[in-house]
Design a protein around this ligand. Structure first.
Ligand code: C5P
Length: 395
């Protein structure tokens, strides 16, 4: 998503300016060309040299630097940009942009660009809550600017309130989401499930499986990066929450089923990546089960098969984790669950399947076409699944 994109990173004069260094570094590492424009006051908080070294690109601090490659044609960057992201955006710069003022290189670039503009405001709580700032932000939102809301927390003044710059990961996800707006899944609503459900035995114990949720989260992010509106229904996992999508937390197979039914009321595709428990304890003990006997027999009952039970006019993609006869077993599931495609993987190899970052899968579609993919990262697998999904939509 970020590779080979030209990101104009505008930095304005707030104490949070130093946090933009982390973002410049991460965007550069992700393969983006990051051109930094700093306002005069930003340079009082952090040195342009920091950004020059992190991005390997010249940093623009004035419209009047004769030896800058951008100085002659001051709208060159406005034209080259895939996105202009202002991190942090002060109340002053937000007001200038809302009013169409272009008195420095950053505001000139914003006025001249046709690329989307993202603002990550950071300021004192009173400045943020002041109705003039709120009016300016509302105006910009209505003009299509993306705003990454500031966080609540300790501010430089020592006060606690709304106005802290959002976390780097949230801002970067916002950038990715804006870049994906015109992607090949733009306008599609996709429901993705992830993680291994937990079926409680008593107030402290449950039955679950080794799913880490990495495959499902990668699928949700890949769809989001291509512009889809994503609802992620997730069982408990220990992964950071992806940004830019609706997230519904569930625990059990039954809870997942209810959430999927609700989410698929108006969806274009359901991708069931979750490892749903096949059985649940028949009874859940109200109190912790005591170890009073030498053996303990648990009675289990079947959980609902979500993919088979959730009906509707949308594409359905399932996963099949298999330890033998991978393709044959997956094919049978494809037919039985009436799927458009199934993603089969052999969970017996150590570099593929549960709890690792890579996966080796076979894609089987409802025409019986089989495509063996090589060992790929889960994100690469997710992108290949998106490629297939686009073809399925086209039909
Ligand atoms: O039948 P099996 O569990 O192997 O099928 C795997 C596929 O079915 C996965 O896509 C999984 O998310 C889905 N599934 C389901 N409900 C279940 C069990 C699995 O939707 N109870």
């Amino acid at each position: 998503m970020l590779e080979n994109k030209t990101i104009v990173l505008g930095i304005t004069g707030g104490i949070a300016a130093y946090k933009a260094a982390d973002i410049a570094s991460k965007l550069t590492q992700a393969g983006a060309r990051v051109d930094v424009i700093m306002t005069e006051s930003a340079t009082r908080f952090i040195a342009p040299l920091t950004f020059r070294n992190l991005t390997g690109r010249p940093v623009i601090t004035s419209m009047w630097e004769l030896n800058s490659e951008f100085s002659v044609e001051h709208i060159a960057l406005a034209e080259a940009a895939d996105i202009v992201a202002i991190v942090p955006a002060t109340a002053n710069v937000i007001a200038k942009i809302a009013g169409g003022i272009a008195d420095d290189m950053l505001t000139c670039t914003v006025l001249a660009t046709l690329a989307p503009v993202l603002l990550a405001p950071a300021m004192n709580v009173n400045m943020f809550e002041n109705s003039v700032t709120q009016d300016n932000l509302a105006k910009l939102r209505a003009r299509g600017f993306a705003i990454v809301e500031p966080a609540y927390g300790r501010l430089a003044s020592g006060k606690i309130g709304l106005g802290r710059l959002a976390e780097s990961e949230i801002i970067i996800s916002g950038i990715r989401q804006v870049l994906g707006r015109s992607g090949d899944l733009a306008g599609k609503h996709i429901v993705v499930t992830a993680g291994g459900t937990q079926e409680p035995l008593d107030p402290v114990r449950h039955i679950s499986n080794r799913s880490s949720g990495k495959m499902g989260y990668s699928v949700a992010e890949a769809a989001c990066d291509r512009g889809a509106i994503v609802t992620l229904v997730t069982a408990p996992v220990s992964l950071p929450e992806p940004i830019g999508m609706e997230i519904i937390h569930v625990r059990t197979a039954n809870e997942m089923k209810d959430a999927v039914i609700k989410a698929t009321a108006s969806t274009d595709a359901l991708i069931m990546t979750a490892a749903v428990a096949d059985y649940q304890p028949k009874d859940i003990a109200v109190n912790k089960i005591k170890k009073t006997t030498d053996s303990l027999i648990l009675e289990l009952i079947k959980t609902p098969d979500i993919l088979s039970e959730v009906k509707g006019n949308f594409l359905r993609i399932g996963f099949a984790a298999e330890s033998e006869n991978v393709v044959d077993n997956a094919r049978q599931k494809l037919v039985k669950k009436q799927l458009d495609m199934i993603v089969a993987n052999d969970i017996t190899s150590t570099d593929s399947g549960f709890d690792v970052d890579t996966n080796r899968v076979t894609l089987i579609d409802h025409d019986g076409k089989v495509e063996n993919l090589p060992l790929l990262t889960k994100r690469e697998v997710a992108d290949r699944i998106m490629g297939k999904l686009i073809k399925l939509f086209a039909r």
